[in-house]
Write a protein that binds this ligand. Structure first.
Ligand SMILES: Nc1ncnc2c1ncn2[C@@H]1O[C@H](COP(=O)(O)OP(=O)(O)OP(=O)(O)O)[C@@H](O)[C@H]1O
Length: 281
């Protein structure tokens, strides 16, 4: 297994995952997973289907409780802290399958950013809109405008989410996650199902989120080309374990990584994506 010394600076990590183990009954979804996310970095978690990526994301954001291990955010242990409090502390996330309120407008979805991930029903969320209007409208509006401007979604701000293309919906989901004003943005498959143009747009937004918003990015993504182009650090999972981590160039040629993808039948895709990367961006 490669160490991640090559691509990891010596500064204190923003997020530190240590020996994380998660079991569903007899199934071990994660076994002793450890890695750091450096502030200001783009870190990607990759791995074949069923490798444990979503389980890892859900454990970091607090939806699953690990059987063993520790998660530290900004130097503080958050392993036992409930998901809403993690979000409040600055862990923002999007979801693999779009989790927007489809009947509501883009703007209202963004307004819910701070609370929608934390509330389980629409009434709670709607109540929040009223409350927000009274209490913090000006501040919120400023942030919302910046997000709308940044993600170039002004023209659809009053459109119902259900009427939008898939690529735009993913962008609105990112907008909503940004409305939480996260320090670390966790993106679950940000370009899944997107065409090439949409993927390139999203890649640009992810890079800009880091530079213009000063937000650290942790993403799970299947699109190898994008991962290799954007990431500072790549963590590879297979069967719930970290089999390699380091610079994109390190993991790309790692025999264990190739083997993991070969086993899953994804190697053709992997090779194709690796080789198409250079000319893509
Ligand atoms: N809620 C659950 N109950 C039982 N087993 C689960 C549950 N969620 C995940 N698993 C199992 O844990 C393992 C890891 O699954 P996970 O969804 O985290 O992988 P993944 O890398 O995100 O896969 P994909 O790329 O297909 O989304 C798999 O064996 C899966 O069947």
């Amino acid at each position: 297994m490669q160490t991640h010394q090559t691509s990891q600076a010596t500064t204190s990590p923003l997020l530190s995952v240590n020996g994380l183990t998660l079991a569903f009954g007899g199934v071990k979804a994660l076994t002793g997973v450890s890695f750091d996310v450096q502030p200001g970095s783009i870190t990607a978690v990759i791995g074949p289907n069923g490798a444990g990526k979503t389980s890892l994301f859900n454990t970091i954001s607090g939806f699953y409780k690990p059987t063993e291990g520790r998660i530290a955010f900004k130097g503080q242990d958050i392993t036992r802290i409930p998901a809403p409090q993690r979000a409040k502390r600055g862990l923002g996330r999007s979801f693999q399958n779009i989790a927007l309120f489809r009947g509501m407008t883009v703007l209202d979805n963004i307004k819910l950013g701070r609370h929608a991930h934390l509330k389980t029903n629409v009434l709670d969320a709607l109540f929040y809109i009223g409350k927000a209007r009274r209490e913090e409208a000006a501040l919120r509006a400023d942030i919302e405008e910046r997000i709308i401007d940044f993600l170039e979604i002004d023209h659809i701000r009053h459109a119902p989410v259900a009427a939008l293309s898939y690529g735009l919906q993913k962008r609105v989901e990112m907008a909503r996650a940004l409305a939480m004003q996260p320090e670390i943005l966790m993106l679950d498959e940000p370009v899944a199902g997107m065409n090439r143009e949409e993927t390139e747009d999203m890649a640009r937004f992810i890079l800009d989120v880091r530079t213009e918003w000063d937000v650290t990015v942790l993403m799970v993504e299947h699109d190898m080309g994008m991962v290799m182009d954007l990431s500072d650090h790549v963590v590879v999972l297979n069967f719930g374990q970290v089999i390699a981590q380091g610079l994109p160039s390190d993991v790309q040629g790692n025999p264990e990584v190739i083997k993991a993808y070969l086993g899953s039948g994804d190697v053709h895709d992997l090779r194709h994506k690796f080789h198409s990367t250079a000319g893509a961006a």
